[in-house]
Design a protein around this ligand. Sequence first.
Ligand SMILES: [Zn+2]
Length: 575
Amino acid sequence: MNLLPFGKLAAYRPRSFVPQNLDLGDWPQVAPLFDRLEAQAAQIKSVAGLEKWLLDWSELNAALDEEASRRYIAMTCHTDNADAEKAYLHFVEQVEPRLKPRQFALEQVYVAHPQTSHLPKARFEVFNRDVKNHVDIFRAENVALETAEAKLCQQYQKLVGAQTVTFRGEEKTLIQMGRHLEEPDHALRQEAWELIARRRLQDVDKCEEIFESLIQLRQQIAANAGFENYRDFMFRRMARFDYTPENCRQFHDAVEKEIMPAVREIQHERKRRLNLAQLRPWDLAVDPQNRAPLKPFAEIGEMVSRTQKIFDLLDAELAAGFRQLQDLKLLDLANRKGKAPGGYQSTLSEARVPFIFMNAIGLQRDVETILHEAGHAFHAQATREEDLYPYRSAPIEFCEVASMGMELLGNEFLEEFYPVAEANRARKTHLEGVIGFFPWMATVDAFQHWIYTHAGHTRAERKAAYLQLMDRFGGTVDWTGFEEARAHSWHRQLHIFLHPFYYVEYGIAQLGALQVWANSKANKAKALADYKSSLALGGSRPLPELFAAAGCTFQFDAATIKPLIQLANSELKKL
Ligand SMILES: [Zn+2]
């Protein structure tokens, strides 16, 4: 039984290093290829030899990456298939842990190689910087600490995953309860919100304890690597060479100064439309005019053909890219039983083609998601010619410019899905969401900067620091009677527990996306040409150059944000 939606896909370049019939899921067959690369490196006496060696390593990595992706895709498309699950877990448990130390050994060999410094500077600048950084901050004694960290993260996931409430006589998960927050009946959505808040409060102490253990471990990890604090360690670990903690602090300030007035304005309008004296935390997800949800399409074929029409109107090359996804069956979009939740874009790295997974059910959110994931897919398609595997993907700060930018560009043609009034409603909700994301991003980011630069702080001090941020970025929402829920509202943000410091990327990328959109308002052809050529750079250049190629500045200060918010505001007024 073929568990993959797509048929046989040829490798973009024929293999020259990895044997054709090798089973990439069988470690005893894979390990000798790493032995070979290590042995060959010792023999290399020329720059050309080292470049060829890098391409062999790239070929192996692409083949392994595609194997992992295929198993992941099969598993998520068929969660009820035992073979798919077994194959996926086998790779995760038996291959990946053995892969990591072998990859690291090759990185060490590469950094120390006498020919490395003779490679063409501009071409290898980013690659060398990243590999050297990885080798520099690695500490063997941190491996055990990171395992302990992963276990604590799992405890947090278990704790939060087990949270349920009884609503109208039925046990519901908090995720299931989310839809009742969109309920037009005020009393009902308040009841739902209070149930969720009270349930979360029961686990406040447990969450705090897990988090405090995480802080301790993380401080130790940073100290072992020779860093004064975990924030500075993570900036290096995440290869943030092109911006500093100070840039992030300026970003937070700029959000407060330039974006909060627009947020308060949106909240004020919401309160007025809902005819409320105060905007309460349970009034934020409901449609402000109590309208029924938009229905963009009835079945998946319609969603795909209308999305295709949007790209036809936008750009011939991108339109051809989306058609390729259909022709090669690189889409699994409909929600059905036995499919994992959520949506993602994955790349088959050897065939060098993207794949999109979704659970569409006929909501406007699905239209946003297909545009978003198509942006990622265009990025993968744009880098097909690049033979150095790590350069076929960009840093997340720029990947999300490709996807979030495509949401904004595609939204210009929502009339493919709706009459004008409804298209405007969808655009308005989307733009308000874009604006409304920044304050929460600033809160989550600034809070973590505070936490990891205040060693030895008490629980009360942490709470006070968070409340200060809620005052700065919470807008006009009235939490009276729910002060404890407000003070611990960060407990639901899994990034703070699981992926420390990984959040500001979305804010940075959204600024890029807004700039791409602003450029397209001024000159659509040039904006699209820049967008496409920046995508084609993959990860071969540093972030400021990727942004510049897309026609954007890589800055997150008030001067950059101000005109973007002005544009968003003036567009909102038209809708
Ligand atoms: Zn994305």
